[in-house]
Write a protein that binds this ligand. Structure first.
Ligand SMILES: Nc1nc2c(c(=O)[nH]1)N[C@H]1C(S)=C(S)[C@@H](COP(=O)(O)O)O[C@H]1N2
Ligand SMILES: [Mo]
Length: 237
């Protein structure tokens, strides 16, 4: 396990750790660098054709900031609300990766910040247009460097919630590990300090209070908190 120092390391150092040049990580906005990197490494990426993998990375149209619906995002928590001190927080990246690591909240804030206005859709019959700000999950994936054969990503949360995603959706340029909502720091109720936010998945796929991201080749019998009670696994929008 590589333990990154808690403080005093620069963004440049992070990029060195990633094994990618800063330029290629920063070019992520155009969508294909990490993807082509993955395709190069993985002989049968998700058993999908290159074309369908590329299609799955297509950006979802965003809303203007004026469309945000601050009162419509309901709190939906299956049990309790963890109270996490950001100064004590660390995110573990592990599983089948070349560089397992732990990132502090300060480390995460040194990575490029992406902001997007998208619709959050809960299967319980409500939706809300929300602005999320955070780190692209694909940038964290680039740092951890999944080994060839990785196809799924597990997310463990501080309240005991767990989720699994396909790698392609995890690499989507609008799949964020968010720490801001509507331009403000995330509240505890909405998943502080770090939660998933993406326009390609339903609400129950968007884990709050994420503490661990694990890369695996196979789905395990436990696929997700709601999925294991009958909800559909892919949960696409
Ligand atoms: N850790 C955790 N994440 C979770 C949940 C939860 O209960 N625990 N609920 C999910 C559901 S069903 C939805 S709709 C969204 C709601 O996010 P919000 O409470 O910020 O609106 O969080 C998702 N992520
Ligand atoms: Mo939900």
């Amino acid at each position: 396990m590589i333990m990154l120092p808690q403080r005093g390391f620069s963004r440049r150092k992070l990029l060195q750790w990633s094994g990618l040049s800063g330029a290629s990580l920063l070019l992520g906005g155009c969508g294909t660098n990490l993807l082509s990197n993955q395709v190069g490494q993985i002989s049968e990426p998700l058993n999908q054709s290159l074309e369908s993998l590329m299609l799955s990375q297509r950006p979802v149209p965003e809303y203007p900031v004026s469309a945000i619906e601050p009162d419509k995002l309901l709190i939906n928590t299956f049990d309790f609300t963890p109270q996490i001190d950001p100064a004590q927080f660390s995110l573990t990246l592990d599983g089948d990766v070349n560089r397992p690591m732990q990132l502090s909240f300060a480390d995460l804030q040194k990575l490029p910040l992406t902001s997007m206005v998208i619709q959050h859709v809960c299967v319980e019959g409500w939706a809300a247009i929300v602005q999320w700000g955070g780190v692209r999950l694909r940038d964290l994936i680039a740092l951890a460097q999944p080994k060839p054969g990785v196809r799924y990503v597990y997310f463990q949360s501080a309240d005991g919630y767990y989720e699994s995603w396909d790698l392609a959706s995890s690499l989507h340029p609008q799949t964020l590990m968010a720490y801001q909502k509507n331009g403000q720091p995330l509240s505890a109720e909405n998943g502080a300090p770090l939660r998933l936010a993406s326009p390609v998945k339903l609400g129950y796929k968007q884990s709050k209070w994420v503490t661990q991201i694990t890369f695996v080749n196979q789905l395990m019998p436990m696929k997700g908190y709601w999925e294991d009670q009958g909800y559909e696994w892919f949960g696409g929008l």
